[in-house]
Design a binder for this molecule. Structure first.
Ligand SMILES: C=C1C[C@]23C[C@@]1(O)CC[C@H]2[C@@]12CC[C@H](O)[C@@](C)(C(=O)O1)[C@H]2[C@@H]3C(=O)O
Ligand SMILES: O=C(O)CCC(=O)C(=O)O
Ligand SMILES: [Fe+2]
Length: 356
């Protein structure tokens, strides 16, 4: 009974799309979503970056760590970080509150009328309202919220509220994102632009998305995604996900499954960094597959600039800009328009200077 009232009515939307898919015969290839090879994405220990010391040995280790980060972003667009400086108290505290908020009855989540809803009221979504085929359908619910109203004052108030935990996590994730962005800029010779991220990305310009993937028992898990293939519309994403498998990414043209790593956060490059770095760092397509028995949770922190920020590729004499200049507002608007028109986003290819 409980699950009926807290789960969104996925089955209704899903059945309609399934019937339509059968009529039009455009489902997935047999086994397209299962039997995917599991891989080890790079795991990077960030402790050398957290240590303050001028010792030349430490300096060498720090440089090595920075180079590993840049290489992972060029070759994979994804990596895990361990010893990242965000305490398990912060991460577990948020995960507990996340589970609680998804347990609120569906009608209340949908109307955003529960007293738990604070600055994230209006952020709830489920399934894929714009999907016109099963390929565009995501079997998940999410709170996708701008962090425009966080205060950054995490020292006051009871620590068992979702608002407190979101603020606490977001402040930590912001500092980590700034560190990583600074390193990535430096590694493509953009030290001069090192202030870019400090000036254009503030704690209040980022977004947070809490995802829940309910178990999927309606049909074979090979028939529907938990979250459809996409790239993230940000500079970089810091992802907290549990040990339930499901995340997959594209590497060398093939889907591969990401093996969860205990105590790690997963970092991925978003579209804005790919454009800013002129295609040096890769915003890689990823997706979540469904699980028959277990529900899965994740939290994505999207490191974003002001709407007015202009993204311009760091080109050089030898390497012309791949993309035209665009503002973040323009980019987000285009994503939204495409999702409405086509059920999915197009993303960076819309901004190529020389579309092939
Ligand atoms: C239907 C969609 C909404 C989404 C773009 C997409 O085509 C596929 C995934 C969604 C996602 C997930 C990451 C980011 O939250 C987001 C902004 C993005 O770029 O891809 C969202 C898009 C959205 O919610 O508008
Ligand atoms: O749940 C996951 O592991 C990935 C979530 C994701 O890709 C997103 O929210 O953009
Ligand atoms: Fe994503």
């Amino acid at each position: 009974m409980d699950s009926i009232s807290t789960n969104p009515p996925f089955d209704k939307a899903f059945k309609t799309l399934m019937e339509k898919t059968h009529r039009e015969d455009e489902g997935f290839e047999e086994n397209e979503l299962v039997e995917i090879e599991e891989c080890e994405v790079p795991v990077i220990d960030l402790s050398p970056l957290l240590k303050e010391s001028n010792n030349s040995n430490d300096e060498e280790v720090r440089e090595k760590c920075k180079s590993e980060i840049a290489r992972a972003c060029r070759e994979w667009g994804f990596f895990h970080v361990v010893k990242h400086g965000i305490s398990s108290e912060v991460l577990n505290g948020l995960r507990i509150e996340q589970e609680k908020v998804f347990k609120i009855p569906f009608d209340e989540k949908k109307k955003n009328k529960n007293s738990n809803f604070n600055f994230f009221s209006g952020s709830y979504r489920w399934g894929s309202p714009t999907a016109t085929s099963i390929r565009q359908f995501s079997w998940s619910e999410a709170f996708h919220m701008p962090l425009a109203h966080i205060t950054g004052s995490t020292t006051t108030g009871p620590n068992n509220t979702l608002t407190y935990r979101i603020e606490q996590f977001s402040c930590n994730a912001y500092n980590l994102a700034q560190t990583l962005a600074g390193i990535l800029a430096e590694k493509i010779g953009q030290q001069k632009k090192s202030k870019f991220f400090r000036e254009n990305c503030l704690p209040t310009t980022s977004y947070l998305r809490m995802n829940r993937y309910p178990p999927f028992a309606m049909a074979s898990p090979s028939q529907v995604h938990g979250l459809i293939p996409h790239t993230d519309s940000c500079f970089l994403t810091i992802l907290l996900h549990d040990q339930v498998r499901g995340l997959q990414l594209v590497k060398d043209g093939k889907w591969i499954a990401v093996k969860p790593t205990p105590h790690a956060l997963t970092i991925n490059i978003g579209d804005l960094f790919q454009a800013w770095s002129n295609d040096v760092y890769k915003s890689v397509e990823h997706r979540v597959v469904t699980n028959r028995e277990m529900e899965r949770f994740s939290i994505a922190y999207f490191f974003c600039p002001f709407d007015e920020t202009v993204i311009e590729s760091c080109s050089s004499e030898h390497q012309h800009s791949v993309y035209r200049r665009f503002s973040y507002r323009e980019y987000r608007q285009k994503v939204q328009d495409d999702v409405h028109k086509f059920g999915t986003k197009i993303g960076l290819p819309n901004f190529l200077l020389h579309p092939s």
